[in-house]
Design a protein around this ligand. Structure first.
Ligand SMILES: Cc1cc2nc3c(=O)[nH]c(=O)nc-3n(C[C@H](O)[C@H](O)[C@H](O)COP(=O)(O)OP(=O)(O)OC[C@H]3O[C@@H](n4cnc5c(N)ncnc54)[C@H](O)[C@@H]3O)c2cc1C
Length: 512
């Protein structure tokens, strides 16, 4: 076996104590790394996670989607802890975008699959959110080691067999495992060991400059936790309320502006905010934050890319190591955690013994097909979304076209931007059906009770979300007949494909 191309330069791996062994080694402790590590540990496998930084560490990407909060976090058993952390509740998004000069908005509650109690996500301080996920992995038995940098990948002709890594004191180690997961984000080079190449989109080649403000005006309730995205001549600006006294603000502009932005990021951010009337007003008189790590203005290239190969025997990519689309629909953490969950299912089914065992190549082909499908939905939709000559109705129509879920247009849009377009019902959550039925029946009780006292001008039935949804479901059923139907968990994504197990942690043959 060789230490194949060391990532940060070559070094000797001789003269050490015997290599450690695990079932799975995860590189990186961001959302993708914690998710895959936890989901594999939940099936009883030994996981070693190596993270080069010490948590809590700063990361951008603060606006989450319901699929992460209620889907992945529930599967990992960390949904309650995240709920108790006091993050700002995000019920949807508000956009000054496209031909329409007035802001328009969507709420996650517009989709029946995201109805109460799951019709929201959070705006999170990533240092805290990521630390919660990593702490949960530790509690589930993952051997998490911080300040440990993976420097190379061990492989032979057949497969990847482990990694080399450097500990906090600079000492070099080897660790071996059946699988290595690269979840090391967008700047590391570990992904090169999978082979293939990273392709950058010709379309999304932007640069982001972002900072934090000590407060800022809020949209009217109940939309006060919405992400607000405002397009202006030079690009667009995000405005994310993190706490009453903290707002994340970033401008995304074409790479042609890179030199100006990189020269003096703070001045560039100020100038861009001043050119966007809506955000300028929200921040009028509000100073920049002075607490670390929010006291800096940072710049990041946010080009869209994907890897031509997402796995090889013994190694798999997840999160930004695999692909990145664009920040505007807040899909980064969703794609990272969903991709990580798909990778974990493939590892769990390949490591399983007895009747649950599945062929490795089949499992990882399923992972790759679903991951590319989800990435593709966002990518294709975003190409139209960046066309500012359209209005919101045209965006909703496009969402329905790319997702092909057979839902009405606005719902298709909400499901896409809620992270549920994959149709993977483990994300929507079988356990929520009971809660929804209870909520629906008390809602119906309430409106029926109000019928006798109604003024005859307005029927209380039409104010009831349950009643409205029933009509919507009817139209979904009609459209299922017309369009061939939505993707559902029982339906494999492709012929001879696999479906998720009920706990969302492994693959099953369809029909089992
Ligand atoms: C401008 C911008 C705005 C964004 N806004 C949003 C948003 O609002 N919502 C959203 O969901 N997403 C957003 N994103 C995307 C989001 O930041 C990422 O998609 C997300 O952080 C990916 O998670 P990850 O776990 O793959 O990687 P990361 O969060 O980057 O974690 C990777 C980890 O690996 C560690 N690591 C790296 N190399 C090594 C090594 N050799 N050995 C050991 N450890 C290593 C790193 O220290 C890091 O902790 C945005 C991105 C950009 C560029």
């Amino acid at each position: 076996m060789t230490a194949s191309h060391s990532v940060t330069g070559s070094h000797s791996v001789t003269g050490q104590t015997a290599a450690e062994e695990a079932d799975v080694i995860v590189v990186g402790g961001g959302p993708a790394g914690s998710t895959v590590a936890s989901a594999v540990a939940l099936r009883g496998h030994r996981v070693l996670l190596l993270e080069q930084q010490t948590f809590p560490r700063y990361q951008i990407g603060e606006s989450l989607l319901p699929s992460t909060v209620h889907g992945v976090c529930r599967i990992l058993g960390v949904e309650d802890e995240v709920a108790k952390a006091g993050f700002k509740v995000k019920r949807g998004g508000t956009f000054r975008w496209g031909r329409n000069r007035d802001p328009w908005q969507f709420s996650f509650a517009l989709s029946p699959r995201l109805s109460d109690p799951t019709s929201f996500a959070y705006q999170v301080e990533r240092s805290r959110f990521d630390a919660i996920l990593l702490g949960n992995a530790r509690r589930l038995g993952v051997d998490v080691r911080e300040s440990c940098q993976v420097t190379g990948v061990l492989a032979d002709e057949e497969r990847v067999r482990g990694v080399t890594w450097r500990g906090p004191g600079g000492e070099v180690h080897e660790a071996r495992a059946r699988y290595v997961v690269d979840a090391s984000g967008n700047t590391s080079r570990i992904h090169t060991h999978v082979g293939g190449k990273r392709t950058y989109s010709d379309f999304f080649q932007n640069i982001a400059v972002f900072g934090y403000f000590a407060g800022g005006r809020r949209l009217a309730k109940p939309n006060d936790g919405n992400i607000f995205c405002a397009a202006f001549d030079e690009g667009w600006i995000w405005y994310i309320p993190l706490r009453d006294d903290l707002t994340s603000v970033g401008a995304v502009v074409s790479r042609k502006n890179a030199a100006a932005v990189q020269g003096d990021p703070a001045a560039a951010l100020r100038r861009l905010i001043d050119s966007c009337a809506e955000v300028r007003e929200l921040l009028d008189g509000v100073p920049r934050a002075t607490e670390a790590p929010y006291d800096q203005v940072r710049v990041r290239k946010d080009w869209s890319y994907w890897q031509s190969q997402l796995w090889r025997p013994g190694m798999v990519l997840a999160g930004d190591a695999a692909c990145f689309v664009d920040p505007v629909l807040s899909s980064g953490v969703h794609l990272a955690t969903y991709g990580a969950l798909l990778a974990a299912r493939s590892i769990n089914s390949s490591l399983a013994e007895g009747p649950d065992a599945l062929d490795e190549a089949r499992c990882f082909e399923e992972f790759e097909a679903r991951y590319r499908h989800e990435y593709g939905l966002f990518y294709e939709f975003l190409i139209s979304f960046y066309d500012m000559h359209r209005d919101e109705r045209s965006y909703f129509w496009k969402a329905r076209k790319v997702t092909n879920v057979g839902a009405p247009e606005l719902e298709a849009f909400v499901e896409l931007v809620g992270g549920l377009a994959s149709g993977d019902s483990s994300l929507a959550g079988p356990g929520q059906v009971g809660a929804r039925l209870t909520a629906a029946s008390s809602d119906l009780d309430d409106v029926v009770g109000r019928l006798p006292g109604s003024d005859g001008l307005r029927n209380p039935l039409y104010e009831s979300p349950t009643f409205r949804q029933t009509f919507q479901q009817g139209s979904v059923l009609q459209e299922r007949g017309l369009f061939g139907g939505p993707l559902e968990d029982e339906t494999p994504l492709r012929a001879d494909g696999l479906v998720p197990s009920e706990d969302g942690l492994a693959w099953l043959e369809a029909g089992n």
